[in-house]
Write a protein that binds this ligand. Structure first.
Ligand code: MRU
Length: 371
């Protein structure tokens, strides 16, 4: 996607040094564009854990490249052990998004029984690149299927913008390109369908205000940032035509785990008859579980993300406390929206009903059901 008119993806292999992985360090956005080099698996783990990069599909791709870096830097003769250590370290960085475990296991499977160092490194790199390509392709196709939903709404209100509410950042910055929730929006905008996006700021880290607003702005998509509590009010007044969010893990039964606050939007949408869609690639579906509330581990993040807020002041990104010094805070990173509140799941194979039957119909080959 575009930044200042130039095409970027969020992660790529350095063209002149194939031992370096390049990423956009999202901690500096929207204030500065910082490109960071990752040369070791430890750097890849830190980048995922400390959220230099984030978003379920992107942390999966970063995990795959992390496996490649681990092999590259492993002492001779210790390749297999280094790979096992790297897999465990990478998967432990962030527990909720299933894409990470999925990508790491894809790299392991691609190595098969290879034992020669050169072959292992080449196979890991090839698989990481394939996962990256797949994620781009999944998101592009999510855009193609999702735009039909926006089109249908546009037909009902000619010459008026379709108002879409989104939460967190499920844009290209959370993926490699296009985004999941944003892919249908970009496609609609590019086709000349008038769209306007309500962007939840998404406390505590403000991925909506900082990242979604930034990327929509760079692409020229009309949008308005709102506080997280405004969505219900806007829905009551007919100012939201649909909600589209992303997901970090979706169960075989269609329960959607996403950034904290998503569930409340789904409840408000249900009460107001507003369609609520989740857009996600198959790499986000965990076919081994059904009940998202009971079975998904929700990441608990630092209290300080709630107690402090970051902004740009002068030439620096500064952090300031917004709570009384001694008040404790709690910071669950995600919540689960039960399938009954989800109108449809937009995937790379089409729009599925949010149910086991709906997902099975699109992904009949998927393994991992606990039958
Ligand atoms: O904590 P984050 O910023 O990694 O959370 C990201 C989200 O919740 C996104 O909505 C989700 O990963 C989907 S990204 C296409």
């Amino acid at each position: 996607m575009n930044i200042g008119g130039k095409h970027y993806t969020t992660i790529w292999l350095d063209g002149s040094d194939p031992e370096t992985v390049k990423i956009i360090d999202q901690r500096a956005l929207p204030f500065r564009l910082v490109i960071e080099d990752l040369r070791t698996v430890e750097e890849a783990c830190a980048a995922i854990r400390d959220m230099h990069l984030r978003g379920a599909p992107l942390i999966g791709v970063a995990g795959a490249f992390g496996m490649y870096l681990a092999l590259l830097r492993s002492p001779r003769g210790r390749e297999a052990a280094a790979l096992e250590e790297a897999a465990a370290a990478l998967v432990a960085t962030r527990p909720t998004a299933v894409n990470l475990a999925f990508a790491v296991s894809r790299v392991r499977a691609a190595l098969g029984s290879r034992a020669a160092r050169g072959e292992m490194i080449a196979a890991a790199l090839a698989e990481a690149r394939r996962i990256r390509r797949d994620e781009i392709d999944f998101c592009r196709r999510i855009g193609e299927y999702g735009v039909t939903l926006i089109e249908k709404t546009a037909v009902r209100k000619p010459r008026e913008p379709v108002n879409i509410l989104t939460h967190c950042n499920a844009g290209w910055l959370a993926c490699v390109d296009y985004g999941t929730a944003t892919a249908p929006i970009y496609r609609a905008h590019d086709r000349g369908i008038p769209v306007h996006v309500w962007v939840d700021e998404t406390r505590p880290r403000n991925q909506g205000a900082r990242l979604t607003a930034y990327e929509l702005g760079e692409h020229g998509v009309p949008h308005t940032v709102i506080v997280d509590n405004a969505g219900g009010h806007l829905m009551q007044h007919g100012r939201v035509d649909m909600v589209i969010v992303g997901s970090d893990r979706t169960t075989a039964a269609g329960d959607v785990c996403n950034k904290i606050g998503t569930y409340l939007k789904a409840l408000a949408a249900k009460d107001n008859g507003v369609p609520f869609f989740a857009a996600l690639p198959s790499s986000t579906i965990d076919f081994s579980i059904r009940d998202g509330v009971k079975e998904i581990e929700v990441e608990e993040r630092s209290q300080d993300e709630v107690r402090y807020i970051e902004g740009f002041h002068g030439e620096a990104i500064v952090s300031t406390r917004v709570t009384p010094e001694r008040s404790p805070a709690a910071n669950p990173g995600f919540d689960v929206t039960p399938a009954r509140l989800v109108t449809g799941i937009i995937t790379e194979r089409g729009v599925a009903e949010a149910s086991e039957a709906g997902l099975r119909k699109l992904f009949p080959e998927a393994k991992g059901y606990k039958d």
